[in-house]
Ligand binder design. Sequence first.
Ligand code: F6P
Length: 320
Amino acid sequence: VKRIGVLTSGGDAPGMNAAIRAVVLTSIHLGIDCVGIRRGYTGLISGDIVPMTAEDVNGIERCGGTILYTARSAEFQTEKGLQRAVDNCKFMDIEGLVVIGGDGSYRGALELSRHGVPVVGLPGTIDNDIGCTSYTIGFDTACNTAIDAVDKLDDTMQAHERCSVVEVMGHRAGHLALNVGIATGATVTLIPEMGVDFEADVSGRIRSARLKGQTHFTVIVAEGAASAHEVAEKIKAATGIDTRVTTLGHIQRGGSPLIRDRVTAARMGYKAVRLLADGVFNRIICMNGEKCVDYDIEEALNMTKGLDEDACLMQDALMS
Ligand code: F6P
């Protein structure tokens, strides 16, 4: 392989820059030319392709966002858009493409591979919702950002004896909410993987916590589970407790990545280039516990993972 490309796609995640840096520096180390594709598949279609040097990635491991920008491309979903992306790869002599993103981005990568473009995917999303990997780049930093916010909210809830209803991201999955709920000692955590029985899961738990002497409360709502505003209104109506709603939103995607994300990104970026250099294509890099492994892209896309059952049971015990 003489030249590889790297792009970030879908929602950004803290640690994407650290992954780009690892891809670029490993390529240089192995004598492979590396180019960056800006704005994900949109840039692959329009030919927004730039050379990447060691200087370009100097110090970016500590920065949130992605220096290559990111996008979700509707045009890439069309046969014409896909063909233009394939043609640009051929035209630019890109013999391997590293795609950093979520499973939507892998589906795009799979299409490219079917058209003869060798690809390797890296999981980058704060949601940790990719079936083939136990960990995705950005999850730890996002959890910590949310925890910091919930802790701060807890101070003011204590002062006013209120209930804080906090909506966290996670798309359709509850990994972020579950972990934030455990880490902040939330009174209630609502996650999409489990149905919500308002009386049993929310007002009942708050009443029981109040009977045990608790005077302020935290309810974590995963964005895919319920509307935080509706939950707050129902709590007020059922218990009389004053509620305040905070939607953490995109703050969870920003900030300097923490060690787990920087190191995981570096390990994965390195492995991706090693695979391409060894002629191993169409793989997704994953964490299997502490091990960095890789799976065939189609096999990886068919893998599913649920929430950690032990963590759910433990959370349930700690909330009751
Ligand atoms: O996938 C990451 C994520 O932040 C989800 O948690 C959220 O549902 C979505 O992206 C938000 O997307 P956008 O940045 O397009 O608002």
